[in-house]
Structures are given as C-alpha cells and as structure tokens.
Design a protein around this ligand. Structure first.
Ligand code: BGC
Length: 718
C-alpha cells in the first residue's frame, strides 16, 4: 500500500514538474514570437519609465504598460502620473501593515505570507503589476533610518520571511520587487557611498535572503540599490547582477533600478540592469531611452542584450497582468484587517515583567492613565515610499479604551512634544531632544491619580525615515525625563515603546519593572497592544536584532567604519554582523537577538539528533521536547544555532540555522522536530570561491534566544 501511495506521489510530482517545464517552454516560445515582431524602438521604450511609476508596453501588440507601486508597509496611495503629489483618489485607502522589523519579530513565516497576500490583493485592486516590496537589507548599523522597513540582522531569519512575503504577494499574480540589492545598509550618503565588503560577508550575510527570495520564493523582480558595492554602482554591477543574480541563481525576472539610481547607459545595460526608473529630465532622454538606442546602433550594446531585457519584462508581464485567471483584488477588507491584527499581535515583544503586573487584571483596575504622544499618534504616513494612506488605524489609546473602557476610567496626557520632521534641517530640528516640563507636570498629576500608568513613548515615522540615519541611539523628545517622572509618581507604570529599530534602553531596563516593545504596528496596532496588555494575546515576539548597551559596542562603530571616509564604507567586521559580532567578541548586549518573554515559561529537554555522524549532503533531524510549565497557553520560538568546534577559519560563535514557532497549551509538552541540511553548516571560502563544509564537530544549540541556550548536542560531519 505504502509503495503504491509513494509511487503515485512520485508520478504526480513528475507530471507536475513536466507540466511546469512544458508551460515554461510554451511561454518562452510565445515570448520569442512577440520579441520578433517588435522594432528596436519599441523594445527600448519598454526599458525605461514613461511616468513616475510605470514603463511602456507596446500598444500595437497589445502589450500593456507595466505599473508599480511602493511598499513595503502597504500599497502606497495613487500619486499623479508625472509628479509626487497625491492624485486625491477616494478609492485607494489601504491596509497599513506592520513594518518590516515587526514582521521579523513574529518569527513566523506564515504571517509573512499573510502580509504578502494582503499586499498582492490590494495591489490588484489598484491595478499594480509590481509591488516594490519586501525590503530586507541586513540591519548592520542600528542607526540606519530604514531599519524599520527591513527585517533583521540575521540572514537566515531574513531569508525565511523574505521567501514567504514574496510567495504571498506573487500568489496574487503580482510581482514582488525585492529590494535593495545589495549591501544598502545606511541611509547617510546612500546614493554616493561605496560599500567595500568581502565576498565571504556578501555570501554569508548580505546576499542569502535575496538568493532565497529568488530561488525559493521565485521573485519576479529585483531592485538594484543606490550605493556602490566594491567600486561599482549596484545598477551597473556585473558581479551582483550578471554573475551572481542572473547566472548563478538563475534569476529569470527583471532588474529595476532604484528611483534615480542609474548613472551610465552602456555600463548599466551591459552589466545587468533591465529597467531604468525614477530618473529626472525628459523621459526620452533618460539613460535607457535615446542614449541606449544610440549605444545599440553604435554597437556598444548588442541587440541580444536588449532582447534579453525585453524577454524578461514580457516574462514578468505574462506572470502578472497578462496571466490567466488574474485575480480582481480587493482593498482594506475585514480579512486584511484581521491579517494586520494577527501580525501585530505576534510581533509585540515583552522585554520585562518583573512585578508581574502583566497581563493586567481588568476586573481589578479601575483607572488607567495613558500617557505619551505615541498613544494618540498614527504611524501609517511618513518615510516617502513606505507611507500608507490607511483606511483606518487604531491608536494605542483607542485600543486601550476598547479593551478596558467598560471596566476602567481612562484618561490621557500627552507627556512630550515630538518636535522633529524628517524634512527639516538639523538647525530646524534642534531642541527635539528636550523634555517639555509643562507636559511632564500634567502627566505626573494624572499618573498620581490612577491605578496604572501606561506610558507610550519611542520614536515615530518622522524620526525614523528613509533618507537619513539617526544620530544616536537615545530615545528622542526628552522621553527619559518623562519616564523618570511618571514612574516616580505611579509605581504601576508600564513602559510601551513604539519604534522600528534598536534604542538605548539602559536606564529604563535598570529602573522600570515592566517594558513592552511595540512597533509601527499597522492598522490594528492599538487593538493588538491592548490585547497583549490584557492577556487576550500571550506575547510571543522575539527581537530580530541586537540592542547594544552602547553604540560603540556595535561593529561598525567599534571599527570606525560608519558612515565611512571619503564616501567609502569599509565593512571591516566582515561576517561578524549583529549577534555574530557581540557573541564572538564576548560583548554583552542590552537585549540580545531572539529575546522576548511570555506570560508562561517553557522548558527544553531531550535534545537529540537522528545520527551522530553526517555527510555534507545529509539532512540532520534535530528533535527535542518543549514543555509549557505555566498556566496559560503560549507560543515559543525554538531557535537552533550551530557552532563549529575548533574551526580552522574564523566562524561566528553561533549562527542561526533553523527555528520553529509553536503554540503549546499549559502543562503540555510539544515534540519538536526540525531539519537542518548538513550543507548549510558551510562557510564561504573566498579563495576557492565556493561553500565548504569543514569536517569535524559541530555543536547544535537549542535556544530560547541567542543568549539563552537551553540544550546542546554535538554531531560530526565527515
Ligand atoms: C526608495 C525605494 C522606493 C523608490 C520609489 C526610493 O527612494 O529607495 O525603496 O521604492 O524610492 O518610491
């Protein structure tokens, strides 16, 4: 029987693969036929923008124009065809989805997929073929202004989320344009900086999520970054675009420039760029317009190269706007709101709960002071492309009122003034870090009268933004003074921090007993937060990056390589990014990668592997038991790190290789089984230019965070 089922399954797979191959061959035949009918001028028209967010089709052959829109936090509102002003539509209010680091904090690829589906459905409703999302550059430097758009400091966590976000978007026949390729890790000087990064660091840290999104997520589009990598602009980087992306990884889709990120015609055309977007001046004078036509005519760029670009665009169109059964799409539906809620509620990280105040006992609490500008602030807009015109956004105050308003009186005090605009000069923003004593006094007066104070601080979408980095890790707007004053006035003060990147929480961690980390958490942020405070949701978010004790502990600062000298940022730390740096150098972080508490506890036992010795092509099956020892159900994120014993080359102290998030009922034990490919224990040997699995012993660490190793098992690799 088993044999019959297995044979039937193998036959099914064979038929499926065969059908896919045949479809792909038929598609290529169709595309070749179209290309043959096109004039050179028509082809060139397709290779550059014809408006801010589109490129031309071929009306004569009924090839539609290619339309795109920004993400990643939702589908950006319609802007005018030729300028950045709002088109003032009434039908483009969208779902505001939790920001990238919030998605990463869920450690839940299923939710990344849900995110993608929402983006894809809303893109269809807006007739957009390409979504400029997801964005997942590595969090190398905690000050980077776009950290909140991106996922994590870890390439494996990044990869798992990137694959599923892409799959979710593309399940709706909308292309995901993964960005920004590659090593675009700071905003300061982003359009001029030359990133010097060795091949090993590129392969092990900066490229894996792009590779995974291409090979496992089948991403249809890639956006080249603004910066240079090793001397060449990313939009004309033969190594990145031709050698690695297109040849090695077999990428079949389109490479699109970042807006205004093209510098030369011939170099970009020959080195792998397919579409030029966002340049300035008349459209027919862009690098990939008349100058490209001239370059083809003079023989500097071959017709074969042009045809390859056109084929890629047609291939993308066939999978999106011209695909069979193309979905209609829908926008800001209740189902989308539910997805936004699900992601938000799993992203919130409980940092400290020493007084066991949380979850709040709604029956006993009669009055709550909600304090802080962030309690009433919305976070959908800001950050240029990452801004969303949200159909609705529940603030923290609204969420707390809806969850506690029936049983407690709830009052609000603003507490601080968020005097900072991303578009201001430093001089115009000066004083933004100063407390407002009047507002503090009002907050203290209120906090003295209530059972509980919930202090909502952090940053906002002006303070963290594309186009600039933060100057330091300090909490802005004089918030520390407010925290000190309110905490002294009310012993039951809960600190809620809303932000998208690491901050200096040293004082708060020392002095406050209850700390909750929320994010720019989307349309349902306030409801998700209130449900976590109330215990309707047991927090299960885990930090996707390290919070250093001090900025100078972080690799780029310690090695003085940020923002770089003479427009050159030398990534001297190589592969030691994030916890790989802190753990290898024995530097204690403030909050480590993977950290987050729950309202329950979990114990780990019985860690084992299916064998003791493996070959590099083997699969390692790791098993363990995880018990929920508390009285409420909760989700645990089991993290598996590997550590090479006596490595002959530099290896990080540990590297995440797998994780699994699961819900466990109180007093129940989950039997967990996780596979790691022995091949994934490899390091990249730059001299040999290949991945090498060094024979010998490896420790597998089963951990609840990168610093909380619960069990260890050692294996051998031959
Ligand atoms: C950003 C991209 C964005 C593009 C279009 C650029 O400044 O770097 O992420 O997609 O603008 O708005």
């Amino acid at each position: 029987m088993k044999y019959i089922i297995t044979s039937a399954f193998v036959f099914f797979l064979f038929v499926n693969v065969f059908a896919q191959k045949k479809n792909e061959t038929d598609l290529q035949i169709k595309i070749n036929r179209i290309v043959k009918r096109m004039t050179l001028e028509e082809k060139i028209e397709m290779l550059h923008g014809n408006a801010l967010f589109s490129s031309a089709g071929v009306p004569r052959l009924r090839i539609p124009e290619l339309t795109c829109d920004d993400g990643p936090l939702g589908v950006r509102e319609e802007i005018k065809r030729f300028d950045w002003a709002s088109a003032n539509w009434t039908t483009d209010s969208a779902t505001f989805l939790p920001n990238g680091s919030a998605i990463a904090a869920t450690w839940n690829p299923v939710l990344a997929n849900k995110y993608g589906v929402v983006i894809g459905e809303e893109a269809n409703a807006r007739k957009k073929n390409i979504m400029l999302a997801p964005a997942f550059n590595i969090c190398r430097m905690p000050l980077c202004g776009r950290t909140y758009e991106y996922y994590s400091e870890d390439p494996y966590l990044n990869s798992q989320l990137a694959i599923q976000s892409v799959k979710g978007i593309q399940s709706q026949h909308v292309a995901a344009c993964i960005k920004h390729f590659a090593a675009n890790n700071q905003e300061l000087n982003r359009d001029s900086v030359n990133t010097i990064v060795d091949e090993r660091a590129l392969r092990e840290i900066y490229l894996p999520a792009f590779k995974a999104a291409v090979q496992q997520g089948d991403a249809y589009a890639v956006m080249s970054a603004y910066n240079k990598v090793n001397g060449y602009w990313c939009s004309e980087n033969d190594f990145l675009l031709n050698k690695v992306l297109k040849k090695e990884w077999g990428f079949k889709g389109v490479v699109m420039s970042d807006w205004s990120g093209v510098h030369h015609t011939v170099a970009a055309a020959n080195n792998g760029l397919d579409i030029e977007m966002g340049s300035s001046g008349p459209y027919d004078e862009w690098y990939f317009a008349k100058p490209l036509l001239a370059a083809v005519k003079s023989g500097q760029v071959s017709v074969k190269t042009i045809d390859d670009k056109v084929r890629r665009i047609l291939w993308l169109i066939c999978h999106t706007s011209m695909s069979a059964n193309h979905p209609e799409g829908s926008i800001a539906t209740p189902a989308h709101t539910k997805s936004a809620y699900d992601i938000a509620s799993e992203s919130i990280v409980l940092l400290k709960n020493d007084a066991n105040i949380l979850p709040l006992n709604a029956g006993k609490i009669k009055s709550i002071a909600v304090i802080g500008d962030n309690a009433t602030r919305t976070f959908a807009l800001g950050g240029y492309g990452a801004g969303v015109k949200a159909k609705h956004e529940v603030t923290a105050l609204e969420g707390i009122k809806s969850r506690f308003g029936n049983t407690a009186s709830i009052s609000f005090a603003r507490g601080y003034r968020a005097n900072y605009s991303a578009n201001n000069t430093d001089a115009q923003n000066s004083g933004y870090d100063q407390p407002d004593q009047n507002l503090i006094d009002q907050a203290v007066a209120l906090a003295k009268t209530t059972d509980i104070a919930i202090l909502c601080i952090g940053s906002n979408r002006e303070y963290e933004s594309e186009g600039h980095d933060r100057k330091n890790l300090e909490l802005p707007f004089g918030e520390q003074a407010l925290v000190n004053a309110v905490s002294a006035a009310n012993p039951n003060t809960i600190i809620v921090i809303m932000a998208g990147a690491p901050y200096d929480l040293n004082e708060i961690k020392k002095a406050n007993h209850t700390i909750v980390w929320s994010w720019f958490n989307g349309s349902e942020a306030g409801n998700a937060l209130a449900d976590v405070l109330k215990g309707v949701v047991n927090p299960s978010g885990r930090m996707p990056f390290t919070f250093p004790v001090s900025l100078k502990d972080s690799p780029a600062s310690a090695l003085n390589t940020y923002p770089g000298k003479e427009m050159t940022a030398d990534y001297k730390e190589g592969i030691l990014v994030g916890y790989r740096w802190y753990d290898t150098k024995n530097i204690n972080p403030l909050y480590c990668f993977g950290y987050g508490l729950s309202y329950t506890n979990f114990t780990y036992t019985d860690l084992a592997t299916d064998k003791k010795t493996y070959k590099p092509e083997d699969k390692i099956t790791v098993s363990l038991k995880v018990k929920n020892t508390g009285s409420v159900a909760g989700k645990e994120v089991v993290q598996l790190y590997i550590s090479k014993v006596n490595s002959s080359v530099l290896r990080p102290a540990k590297e995440l290789k797998a994780f699994k998030k699961m819900m466990i009922a109180p007093a129940k034990t989950a039997a967990v089984s996780i596979n790691i490919n022995a091949g994934d224990l490899a390091y990249f040997d730059s001299k040999l230019s290949k991945w090498v699995v060094e024979p010998g012993q490896y420790r597998i660490l089963a951990a609840s965070s990168s610093k909380d190793i619960r069990q260890t098992v050692t294996i051998n690799v031959k």
